[in-house]
Design a protein around this ligand. Structure first.
Ligand SMILES: [Zn+2]
Length: 529
């Protein structure tokens, strides 16, 4: 007589997302693991008096999503402070900030020194201009005010914030009109702002709590979070210790931490059931939007007329943020300490240098983050290596007709950016993540199944695999996570509608009904069946 299950999901359309994908009607969970998958007849009898039995009403059940590239503290800060992505005009953004100031007056607790808003995007406003100090000066009578743009490369400050931070900012990154600062600051000038508003332990705890809760609402059971000089790692471990971390977190430490990681003897995959050490994360190049991704061919819009003189800017092929020599040094040190390496490389030149560096290092399964622009030989090299292509289908939103990538890359490279189809055909390891732009796996799945070039378009099953078993593999978790099989951890998501049954363009509209992590229901939308 076997012990009764803790949880039974029945009357479901369970997709194992194994290869090939199989479907089943019911599953049973005991001690956080899946102990049976099969027909209701095979599984239902495992329910005892203490068992929670859920009738899924025929809904689709999948392995819980694993997001292979996140910045959860940023998501949390956006949730905790004013979320300016909701604004449709400069006036609405100012109203949201004023409402936040009012909240701060009424509340106790951390994060009260500044009035902060995140995620404004003037490009969708009729009045498409940046917020200025003149807009923000009325928001609060005592506190400095800052509104950070969606791309995080630009912020708008009120006069109080400018006065406080201006001295430390490079002049070239502080915009002026008639010699006076407008309140708009860019790039390196933001370092002063980040340092001034860095959340303390309590504020970070609040942000991480908000972000992990949001993750569970979206079916995310595990993340690979990129951490850099913040309270976040301490907070994740603290929440884990007290049993208040609802999802699994793999910590990818920025290479600034390499000395400390070596000194403390942290090792990839070491940790608890919920929180583990992941990779050392480093950059190579910048971004396509900023024209700083390293390309072998120049940007399509690099030759801009320079005023009336008719001179053209030099052909731009992007730039190194971390140059190849430094990259090889980081990779060698990390590999020598048994650490996985995750390298940000967006342009094909950056990917080439990264593959050179990774292939020279021992230790398998390093990762390239983004890998957006690939030549054919790079696709083949990725497929022939153990290196994981850790990619973000969300970024296809910029590859649409007349979108940002059409300007930056031209039409041909726009269509061949993010070569998911070619990579899978060639046999490369593909993992999906969101980069929190936005945090939402089903949004990414929709992007992948509607890719602008049909050669790169994935099937629903392929896209879901990249967000489950693919991402699990990128985190050495293929034996624990990523498929619905006996023996795997019971990380599961129940969807309201089937992604195989809706229009490809409606996948992102599917609601998550229930999220289960380690056999525990961590999110439940409730409502009628
Ligand atoms: Zn990122």
């Amino acid at each position: 007589m076997t012990a009764a299950a803790d949880l039974v999901l029945t009357n479901a359309e369970i997709h194992t997302l194994t290869d090939p994908d199989e479907t089943a009607e019911a599953l049973a969970v005991r001690d956080g693991r899946i102990v049976a998958v099969g027909s209701a007849f095979d599984v239902d009898h495992l329910a005892g008096v203490e068992t929670t039995v859920r009738d899924c009403g025929g809904r689709v059940v999948l392995p819980g999503f694993v997001d292979a590239h996140t910045h959860l503290p940023m998501v949390g800060r956006r949730l905790v402070n004013a979320d300016l992505s909701a604004a449709d005009s400069p006036e609405e953004a100012v109203d949201l900030l004023a409402a936040r100031a009012g909240e701060l007056d009424a509340a106790d607790g951390p994060d009260r020194e500044w009035v902060l808003g995140f995620g404004y995007d003037e490009s969708v406003w009729d009045d498409d201009r940046y917020l200025t100090a003149a807009d923000l000066d009325g928001v609060d009578t005592d506190r400095p005010v800052a509104a950070v743009r969606e791309d995080m490369h630009l912020a708008s400050l009120d006069t109080r914030a400018l006065d406080r931070l201006r001295d430390g900012m490079p002049d070239s990154d502080v915009q002026t009109r008639a010699g006076e600062p407008t309140g708009v600051v860019v790039e390196d000038a933001l370092d002063e702002l980040w340092a001034a508003i860095e959340p303390d332990r309590l504020a970070m705890r609040r942000a991480v709590h908000a972000a992990t809760e949001r993750a569970t609402e979206l079916g995310v059971a595990g993340v690979h979070d990129m951490v850099r000089r913040s309270e976040a790692p301490a907070v994740y471990r603290e929440l884990d210790r007290v049993g208040e971390l609802p999802i699994r977190v793999r910590l990818n430490y920025w290479s600034d931490h390499l000395d400390a990681v070596e000194e403390l003897g942290l090792r990839t995959n070491h940790g608890s059931d919920r929180v583990r050490t992941g990779a050392i994360k480093t950059y190579t190049d910048g971004s396509i939007g900023g024209r700083t991704a390293k390309l072998s061919e120049p940007y399509a819009d690099s030759e801009r007329a320079d005023g009336d003189s008719g001179e053209t800017a030099e052909e731009n092929r992007g730039q190194w943020v971390v140059d190849p020599a430094e990259l090889r040094d980081i990779v060698a040190r990390a590999a020598a300490a048994d650490l996985q390496v995750a390298v940000h490389a967006i342009g094909d030149e950056a990917v080439r240098e990264t593959l050179d560096a990774l292939e020279s290092a021992d230790g398998a399964r390093h990762r390239i983050e983004h890998a957006e622009v690939l030549t054919d030989d790079l696709v083949d090299r990725l497929a022939a290596s153990d290196v994981v292509a850790s990619m973000q289908p969300n970024f296809l939103k910029w590859a649409r007709e007349d979108g940002l990538y059409a300007d930056r890359l031209g039409d041909e490279r726009r269509l061949t950016s993010n070569r998911f189809g070619d990579l899978l055909d060639a046999g490369a390891a593909l993992a999906f993540g969101s980069d929190c732009m936005p945090l939402d796996p089903l949004f990414g799945v929709e992007q992948a199944v509607t890719a602008p070039d049909d050669r790169q378009r994935l099937s629903v099953t392929e896209a879901l695999r990249a967000y489950t078993s693919g991402a699990a593999h990128a985190g050495f978790d293929e034996d624990r996570l990523g498929t619905v099989e006996e023996g795997k951890l019971a990380d599961l998501v129940v969807l309201d509608r089937s992604p195989w049954a809706v229009d490809p363009g409606e996948v992102a509209d599917i609601d998550v009904r229930t999220t289960v992590v380690g056999g525990e229901v961590v999110f439940d939308r409730g409502g009628a069946k």
